[in-house]
Design a protein around this ligand. Structure first.
Ligand code: NAI
Length: 294
């Protein structure tokens, strides 16, 4: 099957960008990676190569497919290098003005009919598109971490988004083997709104010294059937990503007390204790295995 978007740009090649890149390559697209941080796009390509190598070792991928996948990944050294892309997906820092600037730059280099997509967790698609000449071409395309395993993707229309763009993204998500869900352009969309209490309320329970974080995680997994406890989830997402999301949703709902971010995560973020990716979050990580700090 031909991919709906033959050439796809990924801007921001961290946890989310590289996961989306993997799915796009596996759906048959050529992928161009761009990141502002020197060496980050190269690291993402190396991580993708490692992922496919592991699948070959497990006999889940043939060496021929591995070679074909790798050949579909290229690097762009500047935003202008994304000019040939039919779709560009952004997975950069969760800041409205930074995203607006990036999309204005992108819009100036891609073809008029190219689709621009934001993986924002919480910001308004309409607000991001307000800085564009062609806001109809921008939509939310919100994946979850880790992208290859978490099969839901929210497709979000801003006030000016073209329905054709949403349909293209919906069909493309199906080519990934994902389950697209249409969501309204509201703070946190569906998952980060409906699931808001999972983190914020658990932080309040810790703040009130009702129970420690590891007990809360264990009980919610054992008794409520969640796969990850709220603190394990915060460690996986990383507080440099999730704390700004908490702040953004709180502010957009006019300081709704239910969504108030926690001083616990603010302090940990300030101290760089952000989660699994730095080896230290609520849990300490030794080769990726979580331990409660002594
Ligand atoms: P990350 O910190 O792992 O990666 C972000 C990457 O973007 C970094 O490599 C950084 O150098 C690059 N970057 C930052 N500003 C840039 C710019 N102006 N131009 C180009 N590259 C830039 O973050 P992660 O976890 O991949 O999240 C990225 C976005 O995806 C955020 O908007 C976040 O809210 C959203 N998101 C994150 C989820 C998660 O669980 N981590 C889940 C769903 C959405």
């Amino acid at each position: 099957m031909q991919p709906i978007f033959p050439t796809v740009g990924i801007v921001g090649t961290g946890a989310m960008g590289r996961g989306i890149a993997q799915m796009a390559v596996q759906a048959g697209s050529q992928v161009l990676l761009f990141d502002l941080l020197p060496g980050a796009a190269e690291a993402a390509r190396a991580a993708l190569a490692d992922t496919w190598q592991k699948l070959v070792v497990k006999n889940k991928l043939t060496p021929e497919m591995q070679a074909a996948y790798l050949a579909r990944v290229s690097l762009a050294s500047a935003v202008t290098g994304l000019a040939p892309c039919a779709l560009v997906v952004e997975a950069i820092v969760e800041k409205l003005d930074v995203k607006q600037r990036l999309f204005a730059e992108l819009e100036a280099v891609v073809a008029p009919q190219a689709v621009l997509a934001t993986n924002t967790s919480s910001l308004s698609v309409t607000a991001i598109g307000a800085a564009l000449q062609r806001p109809a071409q921008l939509a939310g395309f919100h994946f979850f971490n880790p992208v290859p395993l978490m099969r839901v993707v929210e497709v979000i229309a801003g006030l000016k988004t073209s329905p054709v763009v949403c349909q293209q993204l919906t069909d493309y998500a199906r080519q990934f083997g994902h389950t697209p869900v249409s969501a309204q352009d509201t703070p946190g969309f569906i998952v980060n709104h409906a699931g808001r209490g999972y983190g914020t309320e658990a932080l309040r329970v810790v703040g009130e010294r009702v129970a420690d974080f590891a007990t809360i995680d264990r009980i919610l997994k054992d008794q409520m059937g969640f796969k990850l406890g709220p603190f394990e989830l915060m460690d996986l997402t990383a507080l440099d990503v999730s704390h700004p999301v908490m702040e953004s949703i709180y502010r957009q709902y006019y300081d709704e007390p239910r969504y108030r971010p926690s001083v616990i995560t603010a302090q940990r973020l300030a101290g760089g204790v952000v989660g699994k990716k730095v080896g230290e979050g609520f849990y300490a990580y030794d080769k990726g295995v979580a331990k409660v700090p002594a």
